[in-house]
Design a binder for this molecule. Sequence first.
Ligand code: ADP
Ligand code: MG
Length: 475
Amino acid sequence: MTKTASSVWVECLSFIEDNIKPQAYKTWFEPIKPVKLSGEALTIQVPSKFFYEWLEEHYIKLLRVALVKQLGEDAKLIYDVRMENNYSSNNPHTVKIPSSNRNPINPQGISFPMDVNKRELKNPFIIPGIQKVKIESQLNPNYNFENFIEGDSNRLARSASMAVSNKPGGTSFNPLLIYGGVGLGKTHLAHAIGVEIKDKYPDKIVLYISSEKFTQQYIDSVKGNSRNDFIHFYQMIDVLIIDDVQFLSGKTGTQDVFFHIFNHLHQNGKQVILTSDKAPVDMQDIEQRLLSRFKWGLSAELQAPDYETRVSILQNQLYRDGVEMPFEIVEYIAKNIKSNVRELEGVLISLIAQASFNRKEFTLALTKQIVDKFVKNTKREVSIEYIQKIVSNYFELDVATLQSKTRKRHIVQARQLAMYFAKRMTKASLASIGSQIGKRDHATVLHACKTVDNLTETDKQFRKYVDDITKKLTF
Ligand code: ADP
Ligand code: MG
């Protein structure tokens, strides 16, 4: 029987399959197509340059053994790298197996007709080693389950996170979306999952990344013509953790690529963990198809911790720092800082710092000073109700008139200003602002915000309204 590219490759594959893990086989060998056999040279087509590099770094020895078995000592392997959409068959990377040792720098004695040194590893998480390529998980070991204090406010999110860590990809919590306000522990929990999985399953490829960094990498890949490499890189991850997905809002290109990566991972039983400052229903400018994916798994909310949990968090922190502090001080902090664990820790750190710099004792007076500073610095979130009161007052209307259906110009303007300030000064969604200001829909609120923006730029009188009301709302 005469050998063909396919027949040779089929034999190679069966040898390779027996020698590596099924997942690796699926990822790195199934996408390869044998395209040509001429003499002892087999040409295979690989989907990207990144793919080619990965094969070179990891599987060159295995490939060589397989090929020599089929084609003898003079076997040659030629890569045909498909760059993006064009088929660059004029420019294949060629690898001769085994080589004639012409290239002493290369320890495996493989010669490359092309200048391989020019190739660049595009993904920042791939660290080229002598033999191994490793993906840095970007996890912070200080964020673990052990020091994540449990309370009513986080019980669901915490136990779902533990379940996912025990069986990544194997629960119905896929994706797991953890959402909640600032400083409530979303990033902490997200890392804790990754850290735990790495501990239990050291072979799993885990990656933590913020959605901003993900977006930046994507933009860079588009600029550098390596969008496919970007996608391939993300598709081989076992546990992908993306922090603060609300920042994907409005970024359609990134959302699109994430959608494809998500589908691939999900279909292959890989785990996806997301965090966000909002529930999926309140996310804006995120494509519907992506939102619907977010809802496939579990959305678990982190709420502000109750008093007991705040005390435990403080005590745990003190215990870890080896600091002793009178209970009345711990109590005072826990009573006065309520809605943000980061601030709770912030007060503790300043207090410890101040006391030790000035060789002071921990006193209630010092604590009060620090807590006051923290409370003042935190922007007070005003309510939509309060905004409507202030705006109505300013225009000498009552709130009912502001909310009414009337189209009188000065009332419409007042209503639009109320919507604008509600958008600017609260975290409420457009829909929720609309429903609270005279039962309007989100499009009306959006239109109001744009109108106010425009008028502020073109109309002096209007600008004065905005300035005056801003002052009233912020004192
Ligand atoms: P987010 O990402 O939600 O803004 P972080 O995860 O950054 O919040 O948490 C802010 C700080 O509060 C971190 O230092 C984190 O360790 C701490 N923290 C939050 N929740 C808890 C908790 N339940 N137990 C212990 N520390 C917590
Ligand atoms: Mg965070």
